[in-house]
Design a protein around this ligand. Structure first.
Ligand SMILES: *Cc1c(COP(=O)(O)O)cnc(C)c1O
Length: 376
């Protein structure tokens, strides 16, 4: 038996979500963020599918993610968001690095001159995220310096919002204003049109002013809105607005064993659950080693025969127990949906995220990366 769950990835859902992005941003280029194995959906398959649907460029976090795509014969431009190691690979594989500091710029320029090449780069500026990027008083000076380096072709400038859900736009407005101002000065000084981009999914959904020359959505493509329930509840009665997005990932497995136990039986480590009635317990072959968070212990549901059933006791490394007492005619081998839809019931990544006090991004990347993926 294969370890872990099966993640069924619906590529037409991803195509539909891309179309939703395009409808919003009109004819602007879409830089599809496929870092972390396309948020757990499988970077190669997802990228190929998105390219067929007409995206212009891909973005990954690190160089090895870009190499995986190149090795799968993907020839499209790839932006490497965070890496500065293995600089030679940028040249060898024709990647577009994002530069976050002057040292990297100088080193890249040297290498380019040595190789008698000119390397396209984008430069990141920190407008208030406090993570990476040129910042402080010298930003404009540094950008102009990079723009004049003979081995470097400064193609674009980017920044990143600190508010991923844009619940409150005050801070994003400040960031956007700073960003525009810096880009304008640099562009005027260098007398060069620069390609500027800042919009993540939240901005694509709700912040048109931030579209600029291109957008950089991630989570939206996989069918989730980063706009939180908290925000939605103020405008739509607590109902989660999906913005017409369709979740692309379903995670499923099959019941391994069913056991009948009397009332009063403790279940799993630490005896945190004790049966209150004669019970039918299902043993599911997925645990925290498979990306099913231990915080789901006594705290999440799974779907069996179209019904919600509770997780009982602690989630173990390889196994999780569910209460099947109320499910009629259930059999060993029956399908268990951990994430997704079964008949009329749905467990989405927002629900699981809320249970584990996290965000849908983490649910998708942890379950997706540990599951065997199939494409439908
Ligand atoms: C991850 C990431 C994105 C995409 O963010 P989403 O919220 O998933 O749309 C965009 N830009 C950068 C720099 C990122 O790291």
């Amino acid at each position: 038996m294969h370890r872990g769950a099966i993640a069924e990835i619906n590529l037409s859902a991803i195509a539909h979500n891309l179309q939703t992005v395009k409808n919003l941003v009109k004819d602007r280029p879409v830089i599809a963020v496929v870092k972390a194995d396309a948020y757990g959906h499988g970077a190669v398959e997802v990228s190929k599918s998105l390219l067929k649907e007409g995206i212009s460029c891909l973005a990954v976090a690190f160089t090895n993610e870009a190499l995986e795509l190149r090795n799968a014969s993907i020839k499209a431009p790839i932006i490497v968001l965070f890496d500065k190691r293995e600089i030679k690979d940028f040249f060898k594989w024709n990647l577009i690095p994002v530069i976050h500091n002057m040292d990297t710029a100088i080193y890249l320029n040297e290498e380019a001159k040595k190789q008698r090449k000119r390397i396209k780069v984008h430069v990141k500026i920190d407008t208030g995220m406090g993570r990476l990027g040129l910042c402080g008083k010298d930003v404009i000076h540094d950008l102009i310096k990079i723009g004049k380096m003979s081995g470097i072709e400064l193609e674009g400038i980017l920044s990143h919002f600190s508010e991923a859900d844009l619940f409150d736009r005050t801070y994003a407005d400040i960031q956007l204003k700073r960003f525009r101002k810096i880009c304008k000065t640099v562009s005027n000084t260098l007398k060069k049109n620069l390609f500027i981009h800042i919009a993540n999914s939240a901005a694509v959904i709700s912040y048109k002013d931030a579209y600029l020359d291109a957008v950089r959505p991630g989570i939206m493509l996989y069918g989730y809105s980063p706009i939180s329930r908290r925000y939605d509840s103020q405008i739509r009665n607590g109902e989660h607005i999906m913005h017409g997005l369709i979740p692309a990932m379903t995670v499923k497995t099959n019941i391994l064993y069913i056991r009948k136990v009397p009332r009063g039986t403790p279940i799993s480590y630490g005896r945190t659950f004790i049966t209150k009635r004669d019970s039918k317990i299902g043993i599911v072959p997925v645990g925290y080693a498979d990306g099913y968070n231990r915080l789901f212990s006594n705290n999440a549901d799974m779907l069996v025969r179209g019904k919600r059933v509770p997780v009982i006791g602690r989630v173990c490394m390889d196994l999780t127990m569910i209460d099947l007492t109320d499910v009629k005619n259930v059999l060993e081998g029956d399908e268990v949906v951990i994430l997704g839809q079964q008949k009329n019931e749905i467990i989405d990544a927002n629900e699981l995220a809320q249970r584990a006090n996290t965000i849908p991004y983490e649910i998708l990347t942890s379950l997706g990366s540990k599951s065997k993926k199939i494409y439908v």
